[in-house]
Design a protein around this ligand. Sequence first.
Ligand code: PEP
Length: 256
Amino acid sequence: MTRTPLISGNWKMNLNHFEAIQTVQKLHYLIPKGVLDNVEVSIHPPFTDIRSVQTLIESEDLDFALGAQHCHFEDSGAFTGEVSPAFLAKLNTQYVICGHSERREVFGETDEMVNAKVLAIMKYAMTPILCCGETLTEREAGKTESKVLGQIDAGLAGVTNEQIAALVIAYEPIWAIGTGKTATADDAQTVCAAIRMQVRKLTDDATADAVRIQYGGSVKGGNAPELMSQPDIDGALVGGASLDPDEFSRIIQFNG
Ligand code: PEP
């Protein structure tokens, strides 16, 4: 089974819509022709940039997928400040990150909310990037797999095998996000293999072989080739380094 790698840039709360346009244009300019035939790239700007980035991607026919960092699980209603998945779909958003550890830890998103978001995103024919990961304390207590696999079970509740095959899971050890610390390629592979095995238990072989699993946590141009060469790592969810087109383009060219 060949799975097309997906490299996703999560800009978090950085870059206004003018800066977003410049960053995407520069990134596209830096990627040699042909690279994007074999690697998919999604860009996840803040909500206020999405319309501008959509217009740029579509008017210049750039080979980037538009992504969002988050959404609500309801279609509409009295949810001040929230954004509906229906609105993202209307902007041709393809990927939506859900359950990022910052959303879970800073904004109190529970496993149940994350699951509701996964279902809502798919209802609008977009692809969820379901994040999971352990804290340093959990890792040191030997609880990495129980934490991560519990998040997978909860996040995928009520999702059909066909839908699971098409979605993306991002394994992001929380202690490696924005810290400059990266899981070793072996450690990252071990957890990603355990995630795929859990998907196999929940579904079947074809689904487990199809689902794409990203690693995230201080991915840079220098460590991307080793991480991406692991059999169960099918992409990267990149925070800080995705703000720098030079560094992000190096990650995208992990294959040489
Ligand atoms: C992230 O934001 O999901 C992330 C992995 O950040 P960083 O690459 O900066 O560690």
